[in-house]
Design a protein around this ligand. Sequence first.
Ligand code: 48F
Length: 256
Amino acid sequence: MMYAREKEITKAILKESFDMWNDIVEIDVAIVGAGPSGLTCARYLAKEGFKVVVFERHLAFGGGTWGGGMGFPYIVVEEEAKNLLEECGVKLKKHGKYYVADSVEVPAKLAVAAIDAGAKILTGIVVEDLIVRENKVNGVVINSYAIEKAGLHIDPLAIESKVVVDATGHDATVVNTLVRKNKNVDLKVLGESSMWAEKGENQLLENTKEVYPNLFVCGMAANAVFGGYRMGAIFGGMYISGKLCAEKIIKKLKNE
Ligand code: 48F
């Protein structure tokens, strides 16, 4: 007979959770959003030994990948992102100048690769604000998505981090919050432009950067901040932007 005592099940979950939360109250990098750019950024940072946590509002990671293009379950990636996906075990099929990948396989394997590299992914947690001290970002203010959704007035908790990454996609929710709440921040969020896939993909790399001391943007959030074009179901730029963002953060943290 299998042993299943309720109070011990509860204690195991509580003990593990409290240990985990205690361990992450101070981290190197807080990544907001577990979409393609955030997961990729997390993998490269964790590989370098940084303490990285990805905070994702929804219960599932993957962001806007799962449904491919209009629900047809494939995504398109450029040659430049091929190796990056193959490193995670993703199977790619050549299609003219591009490669096509299964839109369910990709987020699953990106998440496994990030976790195996040492990143922690916390789902069901929303970043509702930032810690801002002396004109620098010093961490994230978090709450449970269930609390947010229920509209309950329950105060948040906060996690200190050396760097925060806005990888929240089209809404750039973190940068928008920074600008809305801190009137002295000299940054205007332009919002994304209509679709121009090729230009949008290339702008993404120019726009992946530190936008405010200790706050970086990657993925679609980078184009949303700087008014870049949207690109639809082509994803190579998202992965390359995530990797580029990690490289910029590694450089910053190693020079500190
Ligand atoms: O939107 P999303 O997939 O961002 P991305 O990495 O990739 C964009 C593509 O999916 C696609 C595209 C391809 O050309 O344009 O749209 O830039 O993932 C963003 C994730 O961030 C979460 C959100 O639930 C999603 O999973 N998110 C957004 N705001 C918050 C958040 C927040 N305040 N706290 C926690 N998670």
